[in-house]
Design a protein around this ligand. Structure first.
Ligand code: FES
Length: 144
C-alpha cells in the first residue's frame, strides 16, 4: 500500500476511536483516578477494576483532544484482560514508541501502535500518554 494511503488509513482509525471511543464512561463501585495534562489542562478520569492481579474491566471519561481520546480508547482495548505487569510493560513500550524508539514489541499494543506517528509532534506526546500515565497510577494505587 502506498505510504500516503497507509497514512490516511491510520488517520481514519484514530478519528474513529476519537468519535466513538471504546470503554468510555465510568465503572460502578470503582474509585476513579483523575489525571490532567499540565500543558493544556485536559483531564482523564480512569476507572480500573482488578481481579486477582488482572485488569478485568476499564473505562475512561473526561475531556481531551482527538489524540488523547483515541489513545485512551486504544489503551483500554490493549490492556483489558492483561495482568498488571503486562499492562505496565505495554505502557513502557508505548511511552518509548511515541518518543521515537520503535521496535517489534510495539506490535503487542494492537491499534495503539498507530500512535507511533505522534513522535513527529513532540507537543502531542503528553496527549497520547495521558491515559497510559493514568493507568500506571491506578496500578500503583491498587498496590497500596
Ligand atoms: Fe489536551 Fe491533547 S490538547 S490532551
Amino acid at each position: 500500500m502506498a505510504l500516503s494511503r497507509l497514512d490516511s488509513l491510520y488517520k481514519a482509525v484514530i478519528a474513529d476511536h476519537s468519535r466513538s471511543p471504546h470503554h468510555h464512561g465510568f465503572l460502578e463501585g470503582v474509585e476513579q483516578l483523575q489525571l490532567n495534562n499540565p500543558t493544556c489542562g485536559d483531564v482523564i478520569n480512569l476507572s480500573v477494576k482488578f481481579k486477582d492481579g488482572v485488569i478485568e474491566d476499564i473505562a475512561f471519561a473526561g475531556h481531551g483532544c482527538t489524540i488523547s481520546t483515541a489513545s485512551s480508547s486504544m489503551m483500554t482495548d490493549a490492556v483489558i484482560g492483561k495482568t498488571k505487569e503486562e499492562a505496565l510493560r505495554l505502557a513502557d513500550i508505548f511511552s518509548k514508541m511515541v518518543q521515537g524508539e520503535t521496535d517489534d514489541q510495539q506490535k503487542e499494543l494492537g491499534e495503539a501502535e498507530l500512535m507511533a506517528g505522534v513522535s513527529k509532534f513532540p507537543q502531542r506526546i503528553k496527549c497520547a500518554t495521558l491515559s497510559w500515565n493514568a493507568l500506571k497510577k491506578a496500578i500503583e494505587r491498587s498496590e497500596m
